[in-house]
Design a protein around this ligand. Structure first.
Ligand SMILES: Nc1ncnc2c1ncn2[C@@H]1O[C@H](CSCC[C@H]([NH3+])C(=O)O)[C@@H](O)[C@H]1O
Ligand SMILES: [Zn+2]
Length: 430
């Protein structure tokens, strides 16, 4: 049994408790104690001093494409459609396993360094992504995303690949890997294809993950092609009768927000990506007010351009205040829940992730609180959301194992990943 002692514990439990001089005990990957630092520590065989540290749940990034870190800085300042069709897809078409391996490796390193302990990934070459998750000790919710712009034969082959991936890796890596099925978007998959993917998801009993209502142009195109907006389109196809996580949900009417609430559709909010691609600003306060589960995500490093979820945490808390002229929307505690508790719900693991509570997985991070920019030490939650940044994280623990200890990476070779990602990027034709 291990215990971290003398820390400021930000539990993100139902009561939003902060425990000063707190401690978290854990054993076999699970949390066994949360409370004040006990007088008697004789039951523990490892005692980790958390003095001057914030100890909190690891952040959960609910949407992204980690292989795309290879395209960081490759094509900036374009609108979504042009960016995808002219820049991303031609480059991704050349990706081999090796590209995805090293794009994934630098992403995982960045996430470990900035306090993310679980990430959702929609991509291809997913065996490679899953192997990196397994080797790194991270937690992943992974799916082989499929785009239907190809021959029927290729579409069926992609569907088989996605289903085979989802069934082989679900529960792998000591339960650290969960899987989903994923039609890329309503504008890249026909209704028939979406239904076939949905049927597989039902058969395999895994959730569905899809991009939805990201840009105004997408919504208009959907109305032209199918006579309805994307939400009604997916509702009509039966998608929302199945557990579903949608990415973006930027352009929504009041009725569409009601629909998402009614079916308990989970939302991954990607504020930086949506701003950078000029897609717009999601109606997060309205969604939260109606009880929609809204979580935070980075999207990929090609549209962000990093995977530091602390940036989303702050932006989600301030952006919606500015847009609504209401400083009371998305308060700090709510933003923090969107990156932890609600995100655990968004990946259908709310029983085991998202807060520091006895019985949950020991996925947690520590931040160095003894720094000038985190003084005076008066409100830890405010500081974590508004003043801290991802590189204040000193320790990252997943399933009870340290992936970073005192800023030192335990499972990943950063120098090798830096060298390899540059080598394989140079192999691509631009
Ligand atoms: N913000 C975004 N909106 C829509 N699609 C995106 C976004 N960011 C990345 N993508 C794309 O999402 C896809 C992930 S799914 C992979 C699809 C696969 N290559 C196939 O052809 O079947 C990638 O092709 C990305 O370029
Ligand atoms: Zn995406």
């Amino acid at each position: 049994m291990k215990i971290i002692t003398n820390a400021t514990v930000i539990t993100v439990n139902e009561q939003n408790e902060v425990i000063y001089n707190g401690a978290v005990g854990f054993d076999g990957g699970k949390i066994t104690y949360v409370g004040k630092t006990p007088e008697d520590l004789s039951a523990y065989d490892e005692i980790i001093d958390g003095t001057n540290k914030y100890l909190m749940p690891g952040l959960i990034n609910t949407h992204g494409h980690v292989g795309m870190s290879l395209l960081r800085g490759f094509a900036d300042d374009l609108p979504l459609k042009q960016w995808l069709e002219e820049k991303m897809w031609p480059m991704e078409g050349q990706f081999t396993k090796e590209h995805v391996k090293w794009g994934t490796a630098i992403s995982i390193i960045e996430m470990i360094r900035t306090g993310t302990t679980t990430f959702v990934d929609m991509y291809d070459h997913m065996d490679t992504v899953a192997q990196e998750v397994e080797a790194s000790g991270m937690r992943g919710v992974l799916c082989r995303g499929v785009i239907g712009f190809c021959s029927e034969e290729e579409r069926q082959q992609k569907l088989q690949e996605a289903a085979s991936f989802a069934s082989r890796w679900n529960g792998a890596a000591n339960g650290r890997i969960h899987t989903m099925m994923s039609p890329h978007a309503p504008y890249t998959c026909s209704p028939e294809y979406i239904q076939q993917i949905l049927e597989k998801a039902i058969e395999l009993n895994v959730p569905l993950h899809i991009h939805m209502s990201e840009s105004k142009a997408e919504v208009e195109q959907n109305v032209q092609d199918y006579g309805v907006r994307p939400v009604a389109h997916l509702e009509n196809l039966g998608v929302f009768n199945h557990p579903t996580l949608v990415a973006h949900a930027v352009h929504l009417t009041d009725e569409e927000i009601d629909t998402l609430a009614k079916y308990d559709v989970k939302v991954a909010h990607n504020p930086i990506s949506n701003l950078k691609l000029a897609s717009g600003v999601a109606r997060v306060p309205e969604m939260l007010a109606k009880g929609v589960c809204v979580s935070l995500a980075t999207d990929s490093s090609a549209s962000n351009n990093n995977l530091n979820l602390f940036e989303e945490l702050k932006l989600a808390a301030i952006l919606h205040k500015g847009v609504s002229y209401d400083p009371e929307v998305v308060p700090a505690e709510e933003a923090l829940r969107m990156a932890t508790r609600y995100a655990a719900d968004a990946v259908f693991q709310k029983e085991s992730l998202g807060s520091l509570e006895v019985g949950k997985k020991a996925d947690m991070i520590m931040l160095n609180a003894a720094q000038a920019h985190l003084q005076p030490a008066n409100d830890p939650i405010s500081h974590v959301v508004y003043a801290a940044n991802g590189y204040d994280v000193t320790d990252t623990i997943v399933d009870g194992h340290f992936l970073m200890k005192d800023k030192e990476l335990i499972t990943m070779d950063e120098q090798q990943a830096i060298a390899e990602v540059n080598r394989v990027f140079a192999l691509l034709k631009q």
